[in-house]
Design a protein around this ligand. Structure first.
Ligand code: ADP
Ligand code: MG
Length: 284
């Protein structure tokens, strides 16, 4: 009996949060390593379905991570990264696109299987992600910097309670396909959609003071501190586009941006339905 009462009170505790987020969009970026484990994947997708059922409107953008690296390796193409961005030539962009679309189909299929409706959108279609060649890190080839977002196809879906699952591919003025860093795409879509919250799921606790010490989690980081942390090499590699993405989103008027450990069971629900939250919050 006590257990049952506890269950009921947990549901009641979620009520203020459900009220706050009902009918509102939240953007979730689901990346690389956290996608590789079936149990984690199932957990994340179940959380999305739960949100959808209580009237919250999640939008999912996914990365490709290790699947892309593996598929490139099969074709004898080495993966190289500059500040967390994948160096992408013509041959690479083809493999990237194929892999991302396959991942997209899998996520859509599973969300549908878990009882909500999802539709896959490629950032490449309907000019959802318009890009130009990324210049921030020297020449990284067909890596696109998002110049504008067409939110109409996304809104069409969320308004009907369908979960958009977006592939981080972009198109430039000449019609070329570009690989877009999924963190960056997430920030631009979050700002364009004016979502309530940006949540970036990854395979670490959040931003760590020392990458090798899981207990060195920084719970809250001010945007003003980020540059110094990058300079001092506290924040490196794939974490750089994540913090920059949070900064872009905040500058774009989004009130909350979090980097969350996707490996924790139901991390999304914990973040959305509790006061404490988890991972690192970037604050302005
Ligand atoms: P994803 O596939 O989720 O985009 P990435 O590998 O691109 O993940 O980025 C996450 C990685 O960033 C971590 O696994 C870690 O190796 C690295 N990283 C760099 N600096 C930090 C930091 N200060 N705290 C935590 N992780 C960091
Ligand atoms: Mg990454």
């Amino acid at each position: 009996m006590e257990k049952l009462v506890e269950k009921a009170s947990i549901l009641i505790e979620a009520l203020p949060y459900i009220r706050k987020f009902r009918g509102k969009e939240v953007l979730i970026k689901y990346g690389g390593a956290a996608m590789n484990f079936p149990e984690i994947r199932e957990n994340v997708l179940h959380d999305l379905v739960f949100m959808n059922y209580v009237g919250i409107r999640p939008i999912l953008i996914h990365g490709g991570g290790s699947a892309i690296t593996e598929n490139l390796k099969k074709k004898g193409i080495e993966s190289r990264f500059v500040n967390g961005l994948r160096v992408t030539d013509k041959e690479t962009v083809k493999v990237v696109a194929e892999t991302l679309l396959e991942i997209n189909r899998g996520i859509v299929r599973d969300i549908n299987r878990f009882g909500a409706q999802a539709v896959g959108l490629s950032g490449h279609d309907a000019e959802i992600l318009n890009v130009k060649k990324h210049k921030a890190n020297g020449d990284v080839g067909f890596v696109g910097e998002v110049t504008s977002v067409n939110i109409l196809p996304i809104k069409e879906l969320t308004e009907f309670n369908i979960i958009p699952v977006i592939t981080p591919l972009g198109i430039d003025k000449a019609g070329e396909t570009y690989n877009v860093n999924a963190d960056e795409a997430a920030a631009k879509i979050a700002a364009a959609m004016q979502v309530q919250k940006l949540m970036i799921l990854t395979n670490v606790q959040g931003i760590l003071m020392d990458k090798n010490k899981p207990d060195s989690l920084i719970r809250s980081l001010h945007v003003g501190e980020v540059e110094e942390f990058i300079k001092k090499k506290v924040i490196t590699d794939g974490m750089i586009p994540k913090v920059n993405s949070c900064i872009t989103a905040l500058a774009g008027g989004i009130r909350k941006a979090h980097i969350i450990d996707g490996r924790i069971n139901h991390s999304l629900l914990l973040e959305i339905f509790t006061d404490e939250g988890i991972g690192t919050e970037i604050v302005q």
